[in-house]
Design a protein around this ligand. Structure first.
Ligand code: SAH
Length: 263
């Protein structure tokens, strides 16, 4: 087997947030496979062929990448952020599990990247200082009832919640519904962060209360990461800048006590 496959995390946007290992994998590739806008972020290079595909064809893209690698190509599959977070790494392993046995001899490497919630947290302060979780609000790959059951569980557990894929044209109401659910467990003034296009020229970070976030849910888009604070998450107000948001590392009360009386 002369071919290889690397699943590369490009980070949230800017080149300075790309790891050196990820850059080396891109430089070594003969074939770059991915969603068009992610491939557009990689400068064209002689000797590297770009294979762009649509957003919704991850398994097809993964199988294509594996068959290219099996036929001797040095393939880099690219994802925004980290490739293991709601992205291509899982699609590649799903295709590997179901595919040709010979694919299992391909050397596969996963190169991590900075995922959106970490980039957003760094801009806001330290909202992930305590326990937290990440949930994709997309119900393309799982029923909405699963999303709400998981939300209810983590709201009761008083975790900070990072919502990926909060809203799209095909899924306009899910973010509002998730925030309404949060309001049944958390105080109206709980900090909620809408972090849009972090690290890109059109970056916009908004720190809202849960009540305002519900009213403004429609202003989020697919480039937005939404973070709902836990009961301990708080603001440090500043004169001429947005407040810092942070969650202390120490916890003194039990989650059950926290969610009581809010329903
Ligand atoms: N693998 C990616 C996530 C893919 S799911 C990662 O690790 O970041 C796509 C979702 O990620 C978007 O809907 C949005 O919620 C979030 N996202 C990706 N890039 C972002 C950025 N630069 N700023 C804010 N959110 C981002």
């Amino acid at each position: 087997m002369t071919g290889s496959l690397t699943i590369v995390g490009l980070g949230p946007g800017p080149e300075r947030w790309l790891t050196q290992a990820a850059q080396a994998a891109l430089d070594a590739a003969t074939d770059l496979v991915g969603y068009g806008p992610y491939l557009d972020r990689i400068p064209a290079r002689a000797g590297a062929t770009k294979h762009a595909s649509d957003n919704r064809v991850e398994l097809f893209r993964a199988s294509h990448a594996l068959s290219l690698a099996a036929s001797g190509h040095k393939v880099a599959v690219v994802s925004g952020g980290d490739p293991g977070v709601f992205a291509m790494a899982a699609a590649v392993f799903e295709a590997l599990e179901a595919g040709d046995a010979v694919w299992r001899t391909i050397p596969i490497t996963v190169e991590p990247g900075i995922t959106a919630m970490l980039a957003a947290a760094a801009k806001a302060g330290a909202p992930l200082g305590g326990d937290f979780c990440a949930i994709s609000l997309s119900d393309n790959l799982k029923p909405w009832e699963v999303v709400t059951a998981r939300l209810q569980a983590v709201l009761a557990a008083d975790l900070v919640i990072c919502l990926y894929n909060p809203i799209s044209k095909a899924r306009p109401w899910q973010l509002g519904a998730a925030l309404e659910l949060a309001a049944q467990h958390r105080a109206a003034d709980t900090p909620v962060i809408f972090a849009r296009a972090v690290g890109r020229p059109d970056e916009a970070l908004r720190v809202l209360t849960l009540t305002d976030a519900i009213a403004q849910a429609g202003t989020a888009d697919m480039a937005t990461l939404v973070m709902i604070g836990a009961s301990a998450t708080r603001l440090i107000v500043r004169e001429d800048a947005d407040p810092w948001v942070y969650t202390p590392r120490s916890v003194t009360k039990s989650p059950c006590a926290t969610s009581q009386g809010r329903t």
